[in-house]
Design a protein around this ligand. Sequence first.
Ligand SMILES: Cc1cc2nc3c(=O)[nH]c(=O)nc-3n(C[C@H](O)[C@H](O)[C@H](O)COP(=O)(O)O)c2cc1C
Length: 283
Amino acid sequence: MTGSVELSGLRLSNPLMLASGTWGFGETLSPEILRSVGALVTKGISLEPRAGNPPPRLSETPCGLLNSIGLENPGLAAFRKGILPRLLRIGPPVIVNILGESEEEFLRLAEGLRETGVAGLEVNISCPNVKKGGLAFSQDPDGVFRMVRRLREVWPGWMSVKLSPVGPVAEVAHAAEEGGASALTCANTYPALAIHPGPKGPYFHLGGLSGPAIKPLTLRLVYELSRRLRRPLIACGGILSGRDAYEYLLAGARAFQVGTATLLDPEAPRRILSELDELSRAD
Ligand SMILES: Cc1cc2nc3c(=O)[nH]c(=O)nc-3n(C[C@H](O)[C@H](O)[C@H](O)COP(=O)(O)O)c2cc1C
């Protein structure tokens, strides 16, 4: 289970991928850890730089992490010039997570990443579509179908669509597959709220919940989607141990991403792989 995997033509030396937004651009992880993973999925990249949300951006909850980073990133041009060459030199395939506020923005991002050496795209559809009054792409199966089909025209390479875990998930997954996605990443964070007391009254922190709290929820999604879809599923949600990863593989995922665990412990990816290896040997 820790050997190489093939996902619609993308070969990984092992099934563990670093999840978007949770490992920066590798600054805080050792080169050995970065080299040991199956793939590196970058944080979301937009056409123009984004400053993100003001602090606080992270709230700890009893068994999860709530974030409202606001998709801070340097924008496509700075990413291509200043960051991507370094990521490509590390070794594992680099998958760029892209985010846009319109179909056109996604298309321009895909065009801008052609012939850069990246192994594929991960399309983050959990962003609001300004042309639909701010309705997230992930809530609109027809819109997802149209966008993925148009992306296919400009991006012939590998492309995973990263699902939101809320809304018409099965319909959206089907639409992405029909539009031509190579794989589906299941899933992003869950909308959540933390309330903090403060000197001026309670502070309401809205954000996306990740970590152990979401694992049983996303595990079920993976289980149900894997029975309906033809394309490989990449599981993502609350994997902290080899056992968690093992369960996702049993549920039908072909590969998995580790997010919050790496924020908590930079050694987590290597530990998870070795625990998974032990579990699969015991089988
Ligand atoms: C601090 C933080 C930043 C994130 N940034 C992104 C992002 O830029 N794009 C994206 O698609 N997902 C982003 N995510 C979601 C993760 O990639 C992952 O889908 C989610 O955290 C669930 O996995 P986990 O429970 O293993 O963390 C982010 C998550 C966190 C905690």
